[in-house]
Design a protein. Structure first.
Length: 242
């Protein structure tokens, strides 16, 4: 993307629109929708968990569904045994990994459309100087994509895994930048102990621990920090070019 800050800005806008629609009773609250799904999937709890984690792990869609909190509650309130915790973990990891696959290819698709649009602008009437600059940027972008296709940052991946919504945007960005697809499988591998600890902590300690992560203000705080970092990167990039 041309500016790093566009993605976090769109995330804040998405949360704002969804909150407004819920407040005006145009769409039901995410928890109410999940309660309806629970009744529809009665007797198929793990299939339901897979679906709601998949829904929450998709970029933008995840702001609507408090999936992790709801999924853990379904099993915790049923007084799970170790086998239930294990099955729940596998379902959540599978759902999150499928979501990462979708986000990665959505990012790739977005980048392809953007490149096609840029090429059309060059073809149909951009100034000569803009043409040269665009071609140069396309060439550099191709070189950067080729060099970055085999690598990704473990540090940024671990930071993104703090919350399933931040992981969704991270995977979207990996696809957009044509990074190695192995980041998707590696994130799924890291999610195994992460979700196991998350479920165990919730079932043995307090539901409030996970509920904090599903709080809208908590999400806005994380995205605001992300936005500030991106604004700094945009400013730094702008300053280096002038």
């Amino acid at each position: 993307m041309r500016y790093h800050s566009l993605l976090p800005l769109s995330a804040i806008l998405s949360i704002g629109i969804m909150s407004l629609l819920i407040t005006l009773d145009i769409i039901p609250a995410g928890m109410a929708m999940l309660e309806q799904l629970k009744m529809a999937f009665e007797g198929h709890i793990f299939a339901l968990i897979l679906i709601i984690i998949l829904a929450e792990s998709i970029v933008y869609v995840g702001f609507y569904f408090p999936g992790q909190f709801f999924a853990v509650l379904l099993v915790v309130l049923a007084k799970p045994e170790w086998s239930d915790i294990l099955y729940l973990t596998l379902c959540m990891v599978l759902g999150a990994t499928l979501g990462s696959v979708i986000n990665y290819f959505l990012g790739q698709r977005f980048a392809q459309k953007k490149n096609a649009t840029d090429e059309q602008k060059v073809k149909y009437g951009a100034e000569h100087e803009v043409k040269d600059e665009t071609r140069s940027m396309s060439k550099q972008g191709g070189e950067q994509q080729n060099s970055s296709a085999k690598s990704y940052s473990l540090k940024y991946l671990l930071i993104a895994m703090i919350h399933i919504n931040s992981l969704a945007f991270y995977m979207f960005k990996q696809g957009e930048q044509n990074r190695s697809f192995t980041v998707v499988w590696f994130a799924g591998l890291l999610n195994l102990p992460y979700y196991l600890l998350l479920i165990f902590a919730t079932s043995t300690l307090s539901e409030q621990v996970l509920q904090l992560a599903e709080n809208t203000m908590f999400l806005l705080a994380i995205i605001s920090i992300w936005l500030l970092v991106c604004l700094y990167l945009d400013y730094k990039h702008y300053s280096s070019r002038h």
